[in-house]
Ligand binder design. Sequence first.
Ligand SMILES: [Zn+2]
Ligand SMILES: [Zn+2]
Length: 331
Amino acid sequence: MEELRKDPTRGDWVLIRPRGAPHAQDACPYCPGAEHLSGPEIAAYRKEGSPADGPDWTVRVVPEPDAYFRTEWELVREGVGMFDMITPRGASELILESPHHDDTLATMDVETIEAVLWMYRDRLLDLKRDSQIRDILISRRHKKPGVPPHHPYSRITAIPIVFYETRRELREAREYYQYKRRCVYCDLLRQEIGGEERVVRLTPFFAAVVPYAPRVPLETWIVPRQHSCSFEEALGPEVGRDLAQLLSEYFRALAAGFGDPGYECALRTAPNLRSRILQGDWATIRDDYHWHIQVAAEPERANRVGGIYISETPPEATAAQLRDAWPRPAA
Ligand SMILES: [Zn+2]
Ligand SMILES: [Zn+2]
């Protein structure tokens, strides 16, 4: 039983799902030669003429094992008394970034990173054709606490609601725009580039800045200098090359200058504009929102994706366990 449940008091969506069986694997299922272990590929950039699910790929997309969100599940929205429930219809995919098991963003060459960015775009465009998918997060972790090192991949999570963190950003950007008729990110860039203090690096198309009020150590935003609400629409050959170069240098700086810390990287792009639930959804989003990449070092261990909590024990089971453990009155 997997369900997205909404807490009506806090507004949080929580995914309730049983814990998957731990898969003990000796060999990496994502290295070339092991393609049969990772399920049929969803997309790949591979050597001309090489067959799907064989080696000779440079970037490869496969279904995530034990996925949180799945396309084959039917989308059901249900009121349960006063509560709201949605089935977790969506997609969970892994983008294998390189055939080399030990690669990191600090060791990959710029062409590899650029190819990964193009695959991000391909997957976003493809998944957004499905109007039941409302939001898509592409995220990437390096050295998550408690997780052994693994093949380099980015994770795509496509869901039938808007991620909490996206929703908050969208709301703030929309409100700023309603007052000022300007994009908050464009304003922020103008101010930061003018002030220089928090600018890490400027390229023809991007600025890497440390935010005015960072929430975690080494938080960095990579913001395109040209306004656009959507990564997949903004990516072109020059932009892609410039961004890949900047990311490569940034992650090398992080690895060399800060002792290779763990980090989490998230691509923030507009939700699926084809998925409108309320009239007026996304009315000004093309003007008020501005895609960007956020990097946060030393991510917390909490089980969350895009601000949605993952709960592996149904609350009903927790309540039953507490009732069982309750002190009995002395006979
Ligand atoms: Zn591997
Ligand atoms: Zn803007």
